[in-house]
Design a protein around this ligand. Structure first.
Ligand SMILES: [Ca+2]
Ligand SMILES: [Ca+2]
Ligand SMILES: [Ca+2]
Length: 217
């Protein structure tokens, strides 16, 4: 027998996530701004939520404390590997020298570049990813010369030369956001959905009370 409680639970799941999909996921081309500080390892990668083309990512390399350099990783979908490219504009505080890394979803290094762009800026050119399949990738931006300490990625050998901070924008082609990702963002989203569903539950409870019905709690 289907109880009022199980119907309510199903309603909470369906409405909570349907609301998330409608309100959180842009379908048109969009730009992403770093939320807080993007993580530097697989469990803390910042997932870029959205279903439309991803135009750019803007963020900041900060001082993580005592001159520890910032490394920012972002997860998104490369839907057209043969069109994929990343160009960098930045205003880092000393010599504007940075690097790009591209990992697959498992953290295996696929591409890396130091100075293919203007001056000391890194760049991924159209064609660099042509031999790889479409799918989820992780893009890293950081200072020269801190490099992954293992492949697949489990840590970094930090050697910022020189240490510096500042804003950056990564202009991207051939890519889209992801509709759902594991990690910190969905946990926040689930929290939002749960908070919303608690309101719904309260509303259902009070309307049922008005109808002189009881719900087993
Ligand atoms: Ca950052
Ligand atoms: Ca970071
Ligand atoms: Ca460089």
């Amino acid at each position: 027998m289907i109880s009022a409680r199980s119907i309510l639970a199903a309603l909470i799941v369906v409405t909570g996530f349907a609301g998330l999909t409608l309100h959180s996921l842009p379908a048109r081309a969009f730009s992403w701004n770093e939320i807080g500080d993007a993580g530097e390892l697989l469990p803390t990668v910042q997932g870029i939520l959205g279903t439309g083309p991803l135009n750019s990512i803007s963020g900041t390399l900060i001082d993580l404390g005592s001159g520890t350099d910032d490394i920012d990783l972002y997860r998104f979908v490369v839907d057209q590997p043969s069109s994929f490219s990343v160009t960098v504009s930045s205003a880092l505080s000393v010599d504007n020298d940075s690097q790009l890394f591209l990992f697959n979803e498992s953290g295996s290094l696929i591409l890396a570049d130091d100075d293919d762009g203007p001056d000391l800026l890194p760049q991924f050119n159209v064609g660099d990813l042509s031999s790889q399949p479409a799918g989820i990738y992780i893009l890293g931006f950081n200072l020269y010369d801190s490099d992954p300490s293992a492949n697949p990625l489990t840590g970094w050998n930090r050697d910022p030369d020189p240490f510096q901070t500042g804003p950056y924008t990564l202009t991207i082609t051939g890519s889209t956001g992801v509709s759902a990702v594991p990690g910190p963002l969905p946990i926040i989203s689930v929290g939002v959905a749960f908070g919303w569903s608690r309101k719904l539950r309260k509303r259902i409870k009070s309307s049922k009370a008005e109808a002189n019905l009881t719900v087993n709690a």
